[in-house]
Ligand binder design. Sequence first.
Ligand code: FE2
Length: 469
Amino acid sequence: MAKMGTSSRVAAAIVVVLGFVLSLAVVCNGGKTSSFVRKVEKTVDMPLDSDVFKVPPGYNAPQQVHITQGDQLGKAVIVSWVTVEEPGSNTVLYWSAYSKKQKSEGKFTTYKFYNYTSGYIHHTTIRNLKFNTKYYYVVGIGHTERQFWFITPPEVGPDVPYTFGLIGDLGQSFDSNKTLTHYELNPQKGQAVLFVGDLCYADTHPNHDNVWWDTWGRFTERSVAYQPWIWTVGNHEIDFAPELGETKPFKPYTHRYHVPYKASGSTAPFWYSIKRASAYIIVLSSYSAYGKYTPQYFWLEQELRKVNRSETPWLIVLMHAPWYNSYNFHYLEGETMRVMYEPWFVKYKVDVVFAGHVHAYERSERMSNVAYNIVNGICIPVKDQSAPVYITIGDGGNTEVLATNMTEPQPAYSAYREASFGHATFDIKNRTHAYYGWHRNQDGYAVTADSMWFFNRYYHPVDDSTSAQ
Ligand SMILES: [Fe+2]
């Protein structure tokens, strides 16, 4: 009996030790925490008289020109710009090498925010464009016409290659300018930007000084006048300031940045979807109600059913607050939305979720945490090949503190994390493969500091994890 007791105690001890080792493997065997150290100087905003903020010359010259997709398929473009001296014209003149000059008429709007009055903000949608065609367009009249161009996407289809850029939390510091330059000079050549929220950070200035919305519009024009940026709202777009008498959330953002939300059956501009080439892109709002019975919940429930992977194999979701974030900054801020929607993302096999908010970079392995139901206590994320990869790309370069403080040890679900500024590209090759690369600002334009081959979850759902586990 005594001998049996000893051996069972030894066996029990072995089980305990093994269990401890296994749990260490689950908890500690994370991916890579990069040792790269960025510059130590503080990030500061570019001064108001910087060349990148320059007002274009001429009376009432259009400024802050920006475009975004104007329908669900990519045959329409919303052109927006601001005139300052007077309303001027709402007309966009446009043509391609194969078509005569045509005109489209839009509308303008203005708004006041505390002691700031906006310029005349014009929005004109051009429709019935041909796919995969370069169009030139002109805004403004008389001596202050300004000409730009864009290329429409190829027709939606399962094997259409397309390269998206990814930028988040850009702001308007010297580092923001570096991020944008690196994106522009990246030889991967992004064709449209998926922007994951937090544009100009005007709300970090006294009285939310909206002049910084205007400077940001002029700063980013060099990219967004030529290729569409797909907008997601972040917390810095809320501009809720009851102390200033400003109680309508998203007022500056909704006046300045229009999105084609009605085309996807959405009832508000904060959540919507588009198709572009072989991708179906769902944009969600971390700062609008998303609980059960809310408009966003009902919309997303219907929306996910509509995705036809034989038409658009790549299912991409954008949001601002990340669900999986192993930095201490903004920890758990995406948790309540994750609880609501994560089972759907696994069920519908979302390929990748891009978020911002945390001013750093992180990429997860495919894992889910959908078993937990309060009473069962199962609350550790598990590897799940039906789950998306979660990427936090809130490292555009704004002046708020770069998130450097990470939870230790690195959780198993975290494949790579680094507190540096940068951007990424998601380069779809065909229905099965996409190459993803993250570029830090300190490297050469072609260098990827982190990369991954994505295998499509619908057509090629084999394990594409990158950590040795
Ligand atoms: Fe944010």
